[in-house]
Write a protein that binds this ligand. Structure first.
Ligand code: NAD
Length: 473
């Protein structure tokens, strides 16, 4: 299939600012200017809302099958533009084309679109006993605000947009100010086959996001980002009682039991922690390893980590990239320095070139670290993993649960029953066994504690972007 987005250059030309207020976007690996993006204000937001309001009734009036067919057509055009989308994503976000990175992310966008189109959500007959008859239907909410972060800027946008559209809503999306091109490019491609106004993107910073959250136009806010911003959104949306799905920060623990084969799990441990160079909500951010296998696990992980090439994203050999922005580089740098000055042992990395142009922070493993060190207790969101030695598993569970967030966790063991028992004691929205962080479009995903509330994906995800209606009688 041929589209207007056949090449990186044509994709960029379709979305770059052409007059009006704008700002520069730079490649985080090289500092190179990529393009200028528009800066939208509240007037632009009002226009997007108006277009969404006009388009939504017609979109909702289509049958569920027609909207699902439209999502499949969207998946087709995303696949046709996959290579230019991946290149743009790599240049703006920094993630390499290869490994579980840019091409993988664009592929996941298409997969999620198709899975969302295929997920059944039948009308539920809740009572039918001869005396009473009641059905539970799901109706569109109206307008959905989709506010996203900079780490997986295309995939997370699709996670919010696809179910919202399937359920008959119109969407106004706002990408992170750090990755506006990725948001604009994705929605430009999607809009090549969607009716006008059903999906719009506005670009701006937190102030524009805040304006969306106070607007009475939106019946639902899908938000993925930090816990601090999530709390602000709860407050700013309160007057309108806007429905919220909040996918917030995490500090996922992995617990390794003494019965593992360290060499066999090292690669999966590595990607569990370092996918997207650690800039992943449900990445493993603290690793608790039993003393009996501690040295072997640290050594096996170090061997895998040392062999993973980091560099400019569009160089085909790399699988790790720069931090997307300097702010995040500084967070990782501060936390690793705190660990080093506490006497923790640097197994790998920990020595960034702070004067270099790109935001590269080397792959870092920190062993023999105090469980109360800031690198353990705060979300580093980058390529630096603290590895804590434990003696008994109750202690490891207590430490894993000892933070106020609970997105994901993992247990690593040869004994599945034992691992499942430990999983049941962990305070996390998902617990993986012998892997960490994998998501699937049919498996519900969401956090507990201050990692937020609401579920995405599968039938639960569709329910969250609709309102229930009971027909009684
Ligand atoms: P962030 O909260 O700084 O920004 C996220 C988005 O919110 C951006 O688009 C930003 O412009 C917007 N925003 C900022 N202030 C706002 C306000 N007052 N009202 C409305 N919108 C506002 O987060 P980030 O730094 O972009 O992302 C990193 C964080 O996201 C990490 O904590 C990470 O764990 C979390 N995250 C969570 C998930 C998940 O599924 N739970 C997924 C990815 C990232």
């Amino acid at each position: 299939m041929s589209t207007a987005f056949d090449t990186y250059q044509s994709l960029l030309a379709a979305i770059a600012a052409d007059g009006g207020p704008s700002r520069e976007v730079h490649d985080p690996a090289t500092g190179e200017l990529i393009a200028r993006v528009p800066i939208h204000d509240e007037t632009d937001l009002a226009h997007a809302i108006e277009r969404a309001r006009s388009a939504q009734p017609g979109w909702a009036a289509l049958s569920d099958e027609e909207r699902s067919a439209a999502l499949n057509r969207v998946a087709d055009v995303v696949e046709a533009a996959a290579e230019p989308l991946a290149e743009l994503l790599s240049r703006e976000q920094g993630k390499p084309l290869n490994g579980p990175n840019a091409r993988f992310e664009v592929g996941a966008c298409a997969a999620w679109l198709r899975a969302t189109a295929a997920t059944p959500l039948p009308v539920e007959v809740v009572v039918d006993d001869g005396d009473a008859y009641a059905e539970l239907h799901r109706r569109p909410i109206g307008l959905v605000a989709a506010i996203t972060p900079w780490n997986w800027p295309m995939m997370i946008a699709v996670w919010q947009i696809a179910p919202s559209l399937r359920m008959g809503n119109a969407v106004v999306a706002k990408p992170s100010e750090y990755t506006p091109l990725s948001g604009l490019a994705l929605t430009a491609v999607m809009n090549s086959v969607l009716p006008d106004g059903v999906l719009s993107t506005v670009v701006g910073d937190g102030a524009l996001g805040a304006a969306m959250t106070t607007s009475p136009a939106f019946g639902k806010i899908m938000f993925t980002g930090s816990t601090a911003t999530g709390k602000r959104i709860v407050q700013s949306s309160a007057d309108n009682l806007t429905r919220l799905t909040l996918e917030l920060g995490g500090n996922d623990a992995g617990i390794v039991l003494p019965d593992v084969d360290p060499a066999a799990i090292a690669q999966d441990l590595f990607w569990g922690a370092f996918i997207n160079t650690g800039q992943t909500c449900a990445a493993m951010k603290r690793l608790y390893v039993h003393e009996d296998v501690y040295d072997e696990v640290v050594a096996a992980l170090a061997e895998v980590a040392a062999a993973m090439p980091m560099g400019v994203g569009v160089d085909e050999q790399n699988v790790l990239g720069p931090l997307q922005n300097r702010m995040q580089f500084d967070v990782v740098d501060r936390l690793v320095e705190a660990a080093k000055s506490s006497g923790a042992r640097v197994v790998l990395g920990g020595d960034p070139d702070r004067g270099a142009v790109g935001n590269f922070y080397p792959t870092t493993l920190i062993a023999d670290i105090d469980p109360a060190n800031p690198l353990v207790l705060e979300e580093q969101f980058g390529p630096a993993l603290p590895i804590i030695r434990y003696h008994d598993v109750d202690e490891a569970i207590a430490l894993a649960n000892g933070v106020d967030v609970g997105l994901g966790a993992s247990v690593w063991s040869a004994d599945r029953a034992k691992a499942r028992d430990i999983a049941s004691r962990l305070q996390a929205g998902t617990v993986w066994i012998n892997s960490h962080g994998g998501v699937h479009p049919m498996i519900p995903f969401g956090g507990v504690k201050q990692s937020g509330y609401g579920l995405e994906f599968g039938a639960e995800g569709l329910k969250s972007v609709s309102v229930p209606q009971v027909i009684n009688g």
